[in-house]
Design a protein around this ligand. Sequence first.
Ligand SMILES: Nc1nc2c(ncn2[C@@H]2O[C@H](COP(=O)(O)OP(=O)(O)O)[C@@H](O)[C@H]2O)c(=O)[nH]1
Ligand SMILES: [Mg+2]
Length: 327
Amino acid sequence: MFDLPTVLDAEDLLDKAFGRAAKATAKGPDRVTKARNLAVARVRIAGEAIDSTLRGIVKGFPSLDRLPPFDRELMDLLVGGEALKKHLGAIDWAADRARLLTRDYRRRIGRAEGPEIGRLRQEAYGRLSSVVDQVASDLKALADARRTLRRLPEIDPDLPTIVVAGSPNVGKSSFVRAVSTGRPKVADYPFTTKQVSLGHVERAGHRFQVLDTPGLLDRPMEKRNRLERQAIAALTHLADAILFLLDPTETCGYPLEDQRRLLEEIRALFPTVPIIVVENKADLGGPTDGHPRISALRGKGVADAFSRVLRHVSSSPRGESPALTSS
Ligand SMILES: Nc1nc2c(ncn2[C@@H]2O[C@H](COP(=O)(O)OP(=O)(O)O)[C@@H](O)[C@H]2O)c(=O)[nH]1
Ligand SMILES: [Mg+2]
């Protein structure tokens, strides 16, 4: 989802820096000068490798305020905004420290004679290692965050997004499949135990995203943990409209009564987002609740239902659907 820099762990970073330094060569008119030049070159190469790698990490991680709101909330969920600042701050400190140490030891080795040269070179290596070791846990936290963020489906914050909601087994995933142009992407989000699916729809040259978030908008909101609440809040930034599926056949296993209650909860959670209610599993017949009926399984009424949603997207109060206003 984000293009984040690779984050090496402390050990790999030191291997890389000292590995490069080990390949250094030096010249000199005599043995001592040559040894001194070599030691200076090694410390310089190791120090620069550490400094530039650490700075690359700090520069490559987006600052939270520059991220689109949904991504920002995700990052905040995964790492914590304050924690992220702290980790990046620690790495910045380590880069500064490595730079200062390198300068200091290059000067000292430059003045050293005999066995002092080797001893100072070792000391420099030891102190550089210790600086990197001090930020080992920060490197690990950033590497973990990166791994998680990269696994997420690529939600484009600029595309109009329809979020599908409704009780489990009412046919949300079937709907996303039925309406999507390609194969919906399926992925794990850090805050749901089930797989999220993201489909794309093309209509008259415009693209839309359809997102199903099982575990979030499919059960009562009480007893939610902090992570889930935050994830639900993040959906506010993303949803231009919500398609709510009811299953009046109750073959989903949830009485219509419960499904309606969930609908009311979702209305209360997203007061500014248009919510379109549709009844699924029309192919099974049975009673209706007075909403448009579709069959996600047979693809019946699916396109109409989607058009109905799109009418609301174009008049969405967010007014963030340039693709639609131009048509
Ligand atoms: N008869 C019928 N079954 C459906 C329909 N849509 C979904 N199902 C079935 O309902 C079950 C749950 O569907 P799924 O899309 O996984 O529901 P979700 O949990 O809301 O994502 C599956 O067995 C589907 O085949 C439909 O329109 N008609
Ligand atoms: Mg599903």
